[in-house]
Design a protein around this ligand. Sequence first.
Ligand code: ACO
Length: 330
Amino acid sequence: MTDKPGAAIAGTGSYIPEKVLSNFDLMKLVDTSDEWITVRTGIKERHIAGEGETTASMAVTASERALEDAGVRAEQIDAIICATITPEMPLPATACFIQDKLGAEQAAAFDIAAACSGFIYGLEISKMFIESGRYEHVLLVGSETLSRITDYQDRTTCILFGDGAGTAVLKASNDRQEGIIYTNLKSDGHKWDMLQLPGCGSRYPASQEVLDKRMQYMKIQGRAIYKFAVNSMQELIVDAMKKCDLSVDDVKMVVPHQVNRRIIDSAMGKLGFPAEKVYINIDRCGNTSSASVPIALDEARREGKLVAGDTIIMVAFGGGLTWGSAVVKL
Ligand code: ACO
């Protein structure tokens, strides 16, 4: 027995913008087809932030829903962590905008950038904050307005991404039956160029040349990422199950980063997980980077597919490269 508190998920919330961008809409912008996108990615449509909607505004709505679900007031939040690659602006942190709107006066607020793995990275940080006894409540957000860094002239990337936000409220818990059981974070900076947005940072500050070369948009090596994602997803799940002594039967659901339906099906099939044990919303949402896992988690809970006592594995991988897993007992 230990006096150390655990970190449990007290509530979740998400927000997906109303505006839909279908495969048929994309066919008007680039040389592609509904069939190609559906077969290669599993995506039928994605949601795009409307005018006036931003990474912080979506995060605030998702967070209000999560706070309500958790029965926690904004003033009780000790830290707000926002995982995003599409911040409200470079300065200040998006988490500060969230704090302002929520009125979470007591909270420390900062962003983390671990691309699509951001929410998983945030889970480990939250776990450490809470287990150390330093904080009691952490608001962890993944929010992305990827449509604003997507090149709608590039058919290899623009079909993939959508916008949205997902939030989890983490709380200190002495109940050994619930909480974040295990986290595993990885990165490989040698492969930084597999997924990048080269322009408008310190290496290539904003300039007419940067805009002319369309360097303000994401560039990806899709084929290479595909192979990396299938392998890392399998490795992460095998590792998590081994470390936590779990069988497929013990796991209620895998909540994976919604990267590509084929990647998820291929990895999960090899591991022997049946379709009902894998949450999928990529057909409706596309890839929303750091928002992908928390949106999927919130939807699965609200649809009643996950309830208290269920053990889940969350996995994500993305730019950096970064990848990671978390095992949680709800
Ligand atoms: N419509 C029609 N044809 C297309 C399109 C399109 N939108 N995009 C590419 N093609 C063409 C290519 O030009 C190529 O044509 P060619 O054979 O004449 O050269 C052909 O289709 C095959 O292209 P590939 O890139 O080999 O297609 P692939 O099957 O690998 O699918 C995809 C591409 C969907 C990007 C896939 O590689 C993938 O999902 N990769 C991983 C996802 C990813 O990179 N996500 C980025 C975010 S990172 C993350 O979340 C981890």
